[in-house]
Structure formats: C-alpha cells, structure tokens
Design a protein. Structure first.
Length: 486
C-alpha cells in the first residue's frame, strides 16, 4: 500500500512535466534547426570569404611577381644559371606550382558550376604558362637567345599572366555573386524561421492556456470540495464522505480523509459507549487526545495548507493525523508494540510541528532492539504533550523535545527531555505529589502524567512508573520505566 501511495503521489508532478515538455520540445527542435542552419550558413560564408581573400592575393601579386622574375632571369640579374647564388623567391616554377595547387584545392571544394569552370580555366592557363616558362628557362640555360627570350616574355609570359589575372578577377566576381546569393538565402531563411517561430509560439500559448485550465480544474475543484467536507466535519458532521477517482495525490488525500473521519467517528462512539470503570483514567486520557481543540486546530491547519496550495504538506498532515487516531484506537487493545507507540508520538509531534514550527523542534531516538516489545498504549504521548504545552510554549525562542527509548537490563527506560521553561522547586514538588496521587490537578496541568503513572502501577507493579527532574529556565526530564515484555 505504501509503494502504491508513492506511485500515486507522482501523478500530478508527471502531468506538470508532460505539459512542460509539450512546450519545450517544439522550441528545442526549432532552436536546434536554427543553430544547424546558422552554422551551415556561417561555414559557407567563411569559405567564400577565404576563397575571395586568397584569390585576391594572387590577383594583386602573381602577375607582377611572375613578370619581374622572368625578366630578371632573362637579363641575368637573378643568377638562374648559378645554383649557389640563385634566390629561393625567384623561382617561377614554384610560383606556378603553388598557384596551381591553390586553385586546384578551391576547385575540389566548390559546388558551384560557374566557379568550377573559372578555376578549370585558371588551372589550364597556369599549365600553359608553365610550358612557356620552361621554354625560356631552357634557352637561358643554353645561353644566348636574349632577343628570342625577350620576345617570348612580351608575347607569351606577360600575355598569359594578364589572362590569368583576368580569370582570377572573373573568379572573384563569381564568388562575390555567390556570396550575394547566400546573403539573400540567409535573409529569406531568417524571415521564414521568424514566421515559423511566431506561429509556433502562438500555438504553444494556446496549448498552454488549454492545458493550464485543465490542470487547474483537475486540482482546485477536488481541493475545494474537500475543504467543504472538512468544514462540515470540523462542525461535527461525521457522516461526510468524499470520493474521487483521479488516480493522483487528490485520491490519496480523499482516502486519507475518509479513513480519518471513520476512525475518529469510531473512536468517539467508543468513548461515548464506555462507562466509567476501573479503566476510567485511560478513557479520560483518550478523550484528551481527541479533544475538539486539537482536532479542529489540526483540521484548520489542513484547510489553510490546501487554500495556500501546499497540497503535499496537507496530505502529510492528514496522514499523520490518521496514523495518530489509528494507533490511539488500536482496535480496542490496551497494549501495543513500542514501535507503534513511537509512531504515535511521532505523529503527534509532527502534527504539532506543523503548527508550532517556529518555536518547537524534536528528535526521537529508540533502540531497535526494543521496538517489538509491548507497552501500555498512550504512555508517552501525554508526557510529550505536557513537555510542549507547559515547557516549550512558555519559553522564549525555539524549544526542543527529545524522546529516547533504550534497554536497561531487564527493563526499558524512556526519557522525554525538553529545554523549556522548566519548573521551580515548589512547582516540581506539586507535580511529583500529583503523580503519586497525593494532590489535585489545577485544570489539566499534570493530569495526563498522573493517569500514566496510575495505569503503569496497576499494570506493571509499584516498582515501575514515572520520575520527574526539572530546573527552572533550563528544562525538564521525565523518565518512564517499564519491564521488558514481548
């Protein structure tokens, strides 16, 4: 049942996450698509810029460098025939080779037919230029042929470099045209993406509006109905019953509420049917636990939580209240396990912690070896209640209650420790007398502990019962001693 409840409590969160993903996923896809397109356009643009920049370098320098180098070779100032004095930057073959490799690389990476044609023409002219350069270099190495070489320089080399320069400019112009086409494509894509984004945002806003109305209705309406039922119940109508099949936290809350109402109704009916007898102290103590102020204050706190949207806290508080009364009843049994008694104290302290969270904190430390032993029910809760209302609440600032359970040989010792206002020597003497049955309680002060002492003495013998130690402005320690029974 516990695992089933955990699964149910995840339902509203699952709905919320589903609604979030309905909105997030389309936007994510659109963002990823836009980023991919942007990166693709950037790569194309970067490639075009690099191509134009590198080609422009050849456009400005290649013809001048080639013509000047060939002229210096023909006139002999470049020392072409003397390897030892020949300069590395005056090698026309290297210039042509580097240019051919560069334009071949540009051709291999392009996808545009006009640019590919421009580059093929450039590479072809560079090949022809390479052949003409070979003719001149051969003549230079043979010696003589000066006039022939100068004529070849004017009519072959300079003509070819001019044509190459013109083709480079044609290539640059075509690439610039491709860049303009890319710009237009980017602008068009941006407009289309913006339209799609606006349309998608409109759709998402509509979907969010519809889903939020459905979600709000599925949560607020059941809470409102449950609040109405709670108000009737707080007014004393124990016939109220709330049913909902939402398969989420609200169904858990409704089931807990119905269980609580039935258990409280059963408890109250049992109390009304009981007559005063030898167990009068226990029955009066049980009535203390279901006094209207405690119950109504707790239900009022649940109502405030639901109205404030703190549904999870309201569920937990109802569950703690249900556990509190379930253990109080214990199917009519007078003895329960120490584990159940611990849970009963924990439920009480947790409920009070919701109400007094600014002034009260608590700890519960029980030895695992004693949890399956038995104890008279409602032994510790009255002592804890006394520590809260007569100790912690009368102290300025935050108070702390600590409940300890441990073995002590063949016995079991419980201690309820608080750092509240404590008691003066006179007040401590009055409380000890009251516990021994030698005094009369002032209102409800000490009544619960006196009844616990009486029941423990009757059930376990005079050796067992309560002891109280207290110091004014420092706190109080109440010790409970019972035999170990399983």
């Amino acid at each position: 049942m516990k695992n089933s409840g955990v699964k149910k409590r995840k339902k509203i969160q699952t709905k919320l996450m589903l609604y979030v993903w309905v909105c997030v996923i389309p936007l994510t896809f659109l963002l990823v698509f836009a980023l991919i397109r942007m990166v693709d356009y950037y790569r194309k643009y970067d490639r075009l810029v690099r191509n134009i920049t590198s080609a422009n370098v050849y456009n400005m320098r290649f013809k001048e460098s080639m013509d000047e180098t060939m002229y210096r070779i023909i006139t002999g100032s470049a020392n072409w025939t003397n390897p030892e004095e020949k300069l590395m930057d005056e090698d026309p073959k290297t210039l042509i080779k580097n240019a051919s490799l560069h334009f071949q690389e540009l051709r291999d990476n392009t996808t545009e037919e006009n640019v590919e044609a421009d580059l093929n023409q450039l590479i072809k002219l560079l090949g022809i230029l390479d052949e003409r350069v070979d003719d001149i270099l051969k003549n230079v190495e043979e010696g003589g042929h000066y006039d022939e070489n100068m004529e070849m320089l004017d009519f072959n080399i300079r003509t070819l470099t001019s044509l190459i320069q013109e083709d480079i400019q044609v290539y640059i112009r075509d690439e610039a045209g491709n860049m303009e086409m890319l710009r237009r494509e980017v602008a068009s894509s941006l407009i289309n993406t913006t339209r799609i984004l606006v349309l998608l945002l409109v759709v998402i806003i509509i979907v969010i509006f519809i889903l939020s109305r459905r979600l709000s209705k599925s949560i607020t309406e059941p809470i409102t109905e449950l609040v109405d039922m709670t108000e009737k119940f707080a007014g004393g109508d124990f016939s109220v019953e709330y049913h909902i099949e939402s398969h989420d936290e609200m169904e858990v809350l409704a089931n807990s509420f119905n269980s609580m109402v039935k258990e409280i109704e059963t408890l109250i009916n049992d109390i009304h049917r009981e007559q005063e007898n030898a167990r009068e102290a226990e029955l009066r103590l049980l009535q203390e636990q279901i006094n209207p102020h405690f119950l109504y204050n707790t239900l009022d706190a649940i109502i405030w939580m639901t109205e404030a949207g703190e549904n999870q806290d309201a569920i937990r508080m109802i569950q703690e209240l249900s556990s509190f009364f379930r253990i109080s009843l214990s199917k009519g049994k007078s003895e329960i396990s120490i584990r159940s008694e611990m849970e009963h104290v924990k439920s009480y302290l947790e409920i009070q912690h919701y109400r007094y969270r600014d002034i009260m904190d608590y700890d519960i430390e029980f030895d695992d070896r004693i949890l399956d032993c038995t104890i008279q029910k409602l032994t510790l809760q009255p002592i804890v209640e006394n520590a809260l209302y007569h100790g912690v609440k009368n102290k300025r600032g935050v108070g702390h209650i600590k409940v300890i359970g441990e073995e002590a040989g063949k016995d079991i010792i419980f201690k309820v420790i608080d750092d509240g206002i404590g008691m003066t020597e006179e007040k401590l003497s009055e409380v000890r007398s009251l516990i021994k049955g030698e005094g009369k309680p002032q209102g409800k002060d000490g009544f619960g502990m006196a009844n616990v002492e009486k029941r423990l003495k009757i059930h376990y013998g005079s050796y067992y019962g309560l002891s109280v130690e207290s110091e004014y402005m420092k706190g109080t320690v109440v010790t409970v001693k019972i035999p170990r029974t399983e």
